[in-house]
Design a protein around this ligand. Structure first.
Ligand SMILES: Cc1cc2nc3c(=O)[nH]c(=O)nc-3n(C[C@H](O)[C@H](O)[C@H](O)COP(=O)(O)OP(=O)(O)OC[C@H]3O[C@@H](n4cnc5c(N)ncnc54)[C@H](O)[C@@H]3O)c2cc1C
Length: 310
């Protein structure tokens, strides 16, 4: 347990203040003892993975930030397929590499996706038509008062960019995936596909100081029969590489991705994101909803459907 730890180096935007308390538990026992400490001291608990989808407040984060460091990956054969278990702190690409090297197929669809298994399980990470939930079998989760449960996929109530974890705070400790055993040819094909996906991603997306898509696409009920893609509207408005606020700018590569420059603050990112929301609302009557998560902000820092008109 450490105090006053800078979170800027630990998130992809490279902005934000310090964590009041910070811990990187490696074992389940460590995590439980951190949670017990937080409970005893009355500290709010927040979880951070690699910060690839998180904006940290410039004034930092009160309470305890847990950044799990359990990165173990293991594979076993079951009648229904290959079951791969990964710690929540494991990096997604490390898990994919491990799976492919052991001829376990499926997760290569997420090749090049930044972040940890915990972060991916939180949001039901997706790429085109593939969702993490398509492969997730079960998980070990810990409640903030320290009870450990093994839960099945249904427990997560997954949808597009949403899970039960958006409403209730749980620590996902490890995740089991059901993967397909591959022969030599299929595995070589899957490795090639992973390589090609990474190549495409690096051409289409910024590589650093971003959280990927800042806003999620519109749900059918929000889009009201219009195009669901937020980037479509932002592209039409023409924000790529031009719209900026302080040291935060819309990426030249992707209209729904924000990038920070040296010296940027999280307030710059918030200001730019709000400006993007206003533009989409003014031109198309739709209010973009962030996919990015906010850490340490006293209240939700962007516009909502109810506040954008004010
Ligand atoms: C360049 C770029 C491209 C991207 N492309 C995609 C894409 O194609 N598809 C996609 O879905 N996402 C994409 N993202 C977003 C990001 O990769 C995912 O959201 C990823 O899963 C975030 O993982 P993380 O460990 O960095 O999570 P963090 O940003 O650290 O955390 C995100 C949320 O998950 C919660 N969380 C993290 N770990 C745990 C845990 N163990 N238990 C409970 N909650 C936890 C945090 O509390 C937070 O609310 C992209 C990001 C970048 C930077």
């Amino acid at each position: 347990m450490r105090n006053d730890i800078p979170l800027a180096p630990l998130n992809w935007f490279k902005t934000g203040g310090n964590a009041e308390f910070f811990s990187e538990p490696q074992t389940l026992e460590d995590a439980l003892s951190d949670l017990a400490f937080a409970k005893k001291e009355g500290l709010e608990v927040n979880v951070l993975g690699e910060g690839a989808n998180t904006l940290v407040s410039d004034s930092g984060c009160k309470g305890l930030v847990l950044r799990p460091a359990n990165k173990e990956i293991a594979l076993c054969e079951r009648p229904e397929g290959l079951v791969l278990e990964a710690g929540c702190g494991a990096n997604m690409q490390d898990v994919i590499d491990y799976a492919l090297n052991n001829r376990a197929l499926g997760l290569e669809e997420f090749a090049g996706l930044p972040g940890t298994i915990g972060g991916a399980a939180f949001i039901n990470a997706h790429f085109f038509e593939f969702f993490l939930a398509d492969f997730l079998l079960s998980a070990k989760v810990i409640s903030l008062d320290g009870s450990v449960q093994e839960v099945g996929k249904d427990w997560f109530e997954y949808g597009y960019d949403v899970s039960r974890l958006h409403r209730e705070k749980w620590l996902v400790w490890s995740v089991k995936f059901l993967l397909k055993p591959g022969g030599e040819f299929e595995t070589a094909f899957a490795k090639g596909r992973a390589y090609e996906i990474i190549r495409q991603r690096s051409r289409r997306y910024p590589k650093e100081r971003t959280c990927g898509s800042f806003f999620r696409n519109f749900l059918p009920e929000e889009a009201q029969g219009k195009v669901a893609s937020v980037a479509f509207y932002l592209d039409k408005i023409g924000v790529k590489g031009t719209l900026s606020c302080g040291q935060a700018i819309v990426s030249r590569k992707h209209a729904n991705m924000l990038e920070t420059k040296e010296g940027a603050t999280s307030a710059d990112v918030v200001c730019l994101a709000r400006e993007m929301q206003k533009l989409v609302y003014k031109n198309f009557g739709l209010t973009p909803v962030p996919e990015c998560r906010f850490l340490g902000f006293p209240s939700f820092p962007l516009y909502t459907k109810d506040t954008i008109d004010g």
